[in-house]
Ligand binder design. Structure first.
Ligand SMILES: Cc1cc2nc3c(=O)[nH]c(=O)nc-3n(C[C@H](O)[C@H](O)[C@H](O)COP(=O)(O)O)c2cc1C
Length: 369
């Protein structure tokens, strides 16, 4: 089904639903600001709650939020890897899980520092599957470095409406400051940029053809506002940037089973084609090695970049399928002349207007044990 046909059907259904039907339908996206505070299981101190909430605003693949926190005593926690949130079909080694936990740790440290605490971390995990990842003790120091916590609160993945303007040198210098060892930027229209565009489309096609990957994706879709509110995770209509009548149609009529239908798979790849056609360049983050410590540090690095871009009106969209699908994941680094392990492939571009964050997060009390 192409977009025009889809909109026609959606519009027709909307009319057919009639006034009363429409009023009773799922009319509005459930977004982050709709999440209500929940009763506390045990008393988190206000600063602890704030720091863990900020940490949880980290990005994660399919927005699974694969972390939990073991509360040992006040200001002393273990950050855990929640195996019930793994994505075995697209991330069988939990590489992306560890990257996401790294981003969580980065947010946690920035929030703690800003509220006047130092953090002492100890690495506990030896493998990507170990439950206890790092322990952290916070100590009040009183000296607060200047970091604007709004950068954490307002950060978001943006997937559409990128301008075609190439990223400016001054902005790139700002983004790459102190990170040149691990970041590689490919300018718009360079041969590497074109290769990444083509391979992203092909890898998405390969993944869309895989039933296990598509079924797994369906498990993380929160089409209805009821599901969005119930789970506070996954991919919602708002976070997928499906707007207007199309959004209403998807909220009211889409089910998990739609995700494995041929039309949905094709639509997904068509959207990717449009997305890669719009960008100011590709940013890659590579690492030396693949140890737990390296993956956590790379997740932190990605998050530091993610927290810098909004002030330059730059959007960032991780497009991970090349790294998930063979043979693309084996060939991409040598084809691009990148040494090391590529951990992130990020489409970047300027925006005219930065949208507010909408993706959901579980309330802190749900992931503290
Ligand atoms: C390791 C990792 C891989 C991701 N891969 C993709 C991807 O392939 N496509 C995509 O649209 N978003 C991807 N994302 C973005 C997440 O979907 C996004 O962070 C999540 O839905 C929460 O939304 P937010 O970043 O706006 O808070 C990825 C994020 C991470 C951390």
């Amino acid at each position: 089904m192409n977009r025009a046909t889809f909109l026609k059907i959606a519009g027709g259904t909307l009319l057919a639903a009639g006034g009363a039907g429409y009023l009773l339908s799922d009319r509005k996206n459930f977004v982050r600001t709709d999440i209500r505070a929940v009763a506390t299981k045990f008393p988190l101190l206000p600063d602890e709650r704030e720091i863990l909430y900020m940490a949880s605003l980290a990005p994660s693949g399919h927005n699974t939020q694969p972390w939990f926190v073991k509360y040992l005593e006040p200001y002393h926690w273990i950050i855990g890897n929640d195996r019930s949130k793994w994505l075995p079909a697209v991330d069988p080694t939990q590489r992306e899980t560890l990257l996401s936990i790294g981003a969580f740790v980065q947010n946690l440290e920035l929030a703690a520092n800003t509220l006047g605490y130092s953090c002492a971390f100890e690495l506990l995990a030896q493998t990507n599957q170990d439950e206890n990842v790092v322990s952290v003790r916070l100590k009040k120091t009183g000296s607060a470095p200047r970091f604007d916590l709004n950068e954490i609160k307002l950060r978001r993945t943006v997937r559409s409406h990128f301008s075609d303007i190439p990223l400016r040198k001054a902005d790139l210098d700002f983004l790459l400051e102190n990170e040149r060892d691990c970041f590689v930027f490919f300018e718009k229209n360079s041969p590497e940029h074109k290769l990444l565009n083509e391979q992203t489309i092909e890898a998405n096609q390969t993944q869309a053809d895989r039933n296990d990957a598509q079924t797994e994706l369906s498990e993380w879709m929160r089409f209805s506002s009821r599901d969005a509110e119930k789970y506070c995770d996954g991919l919602t209509v708002a976070s997928m940037e499906i707007e207007g009548v199309a959004g209403w149609f998807v909220r009211n009529f889409y089910k998990k089973s739609n995700v494995t239908a041929p039309g949905f798979r094709k639509q997904g790849v068509d959207i990717v084609k449009k997305q890669v056609a719009q960008s100011g360049g590709w940013m890659l983050i590579a690492s030396k090695g693949n140890t737990v410590a390296t993956l956590l540090e790379t997740g932190r690095r990605m998050q530091r970049l993610f927290l810098k871009i909004r002030q330059k009106n730059i959007a960032l969209h991780p497009m991970t399928q090349i790294l998930e699908e063979p043979p693309f994941n084996q060939n991409i680094a040598p084809s691009l002349g990148v040494t090391g392990n590529i951990q992130f492939i990020l489409r970047m571009g300027y925006l005219d207007k930065y949208p507010a964050p909408v993706s959901l997060r579980r309330p802190v009390e749900w992931f503290v044990r």
